[in-house]
Design a protein around this ligand. Structure first.
Ligand code: HEM
Length: 353
């Protein structure tokens, strides 16, 4: 991955830069966090956070959904990962974690803000790792903080405090970044009212999952992944010489007309027929979760997006005022220009969160 992204979004010496046995072992550490039981715990925490935020939103004229999600998800991610987050630090830490992904692709002052946020966030979590190892903090068993602080590499040694911090942030940061997709969920509910009607009716339970998959296919997020060729090879008539930098076009693959009928149309039902091919629908990377670099957070992402779909279509009511909803593709991550404003929020008394 290019240097400026490593110095902000990913951090240095984390799982993304490992290969072969070292990668497999480190990847297992992440995969062990993704059991259905652990994901249920996260969903219960985020349900409470949605409820708390919805009450506050009801007291305000209007809110910018994307901005509000940062704090909601930071609180939930830290609680789930076993990282203590005192109330007095919530704003600052939310700001730092958000800068890691929201400003990572920028140039100029915003990039430097992301670099500064990376330093602060690394230092914060290194300190937490040190306090876990010295017994001052006892995170819940099975939590990311506990597993990562205790993880041993193939040499039998604990990860250095810095690498442990980078990996713990590799769990917390992307959970907060799911707010980008949740903003797209809200956008899709608004732009495609026939989908909203089906979700409100709630009689086809598989429709929520198909809707979420279509949001991941249709909307841009992580546009491409980069790698270096390790051994010369040929594929599809192209020669890949050792040392060549290559990119895999995630967004283009998800909209390739050879796989998807009418790829520019938003059609959740297309997922009724999708065969689960690990190479043609790759919003979070392709291949094998255990062996390749494919995102281990896909189930969490789908879980959080499905929950958000239910909250936004059934559990809360709101209006969408006039605003600029065009997607700004010039930034990374791409977002609706208005970041999705909603007003007159209230909890649905018949169907509370
Ligand atoms: C917000 C939505 C997300 C998007 C768009 C996303 C996207 C990606 C992509 C494109 C990759 C690289 C795949 C490759 O190189 O083949 C990746 C890897 C990774 N993701 Fe995600 N991700 C998301 C959520 C998550 C979540 C929720 C977690 C953890 C809780 C997570 C943890 C990771 C880790 C640790 C890796 C590195 C895996 C490796 O190198 O083996 N991601 N993600």
């Amino acid at each position: 991955m290019i240097g400026r992204i490593q110095k902000t979004l990913l951090g240095k010496h984390g799982v993304q830069g490992l290969d072969d046995e070292a990668h497999r072992l480190r990847k297992q550490m992440f995969m062990s966090l993704m059991t259905p039981e652990r994901i249920e715990v996260l969903m219960a925490i985020t349900a409470e956070e949605w409820q708390a935020r919805a009450r506050l939103w009801a007291l305000r004229n209007e809110i910018v959904l994307y901005d509000e999600l940062h704090e909601l998800l930071t609180r939930a991610a830290c609680a789930w990962a076993g990282v203590p987050l005192p109330e007095s630090q919530v704003r600052q830490r939310t700001h730092e974690i958000t800068a890691l992904f929201d400003a990572a692709g920028s140039v100029g002052p915003a990039h430097w803000r992301a670099r500064w946020a990376r330093k602060r966030a690394d230092r914060w979590i290194e300190n937490i790792v040190g306090r876990i190892r010295s017994g001052q903090i006892r995170p819940p068993e099975g939590s990311a903080a506990s597993i990562i602080a205790e993880h041993r590499g193939s040499n039998g040694e604990l990860l250095s405090p810095h690498v442990a911090a980078v990996e713990l942030l590799n769990v917390i940061r992307p959970i907060v970044a799911v707010g980008v997709y949740i903003t797209f969920v809200a956008h899709a509910l608004h732009q495609f009212p026939e989908c909203r009607r089906k979700l409100e009716a709630g009689d086809d339970t598989s429709f929520t999952e198909m809707f979420v998959q279509e949001v991941r296919r249709f909307y841009p997020f992580f546009p491409a992944v980069a790698a270096l060729v390790r051994r010369d090879f040929e594929w599809g008539g192209y020669r890949f010489p050792r040392g060549r930098r290559v990119i895999l076009d995630l967004y283009g693959t998800n909209r390739d007309a050879r796989t998807w009928d009418e790829p520019e149309a938003f059609q959740p039902e297309r997922f009724r027929k999708w065969d689960g091919n690990p190479f043609n629908f790759i919003p979070q990377g392709g291949g094998d979760h255990d062996l390749d670099h494919r995102c281990p957070g896909e189930w969490i992402t789908i879980g959080l997006m499905s929950q958000a779909t239910k909250v936004l279509s059934r559990h809360i009511e709101y209006d969408v005022p006039e605003q600029d909803l065009r997607i700004d593709y010039s930034r990374l991550p791409a977002l609706p220009r208005s970041r999705f404003i909603i007003c007159r929020v209230k909890e649905n008394a018949n169907d509370p969160i």
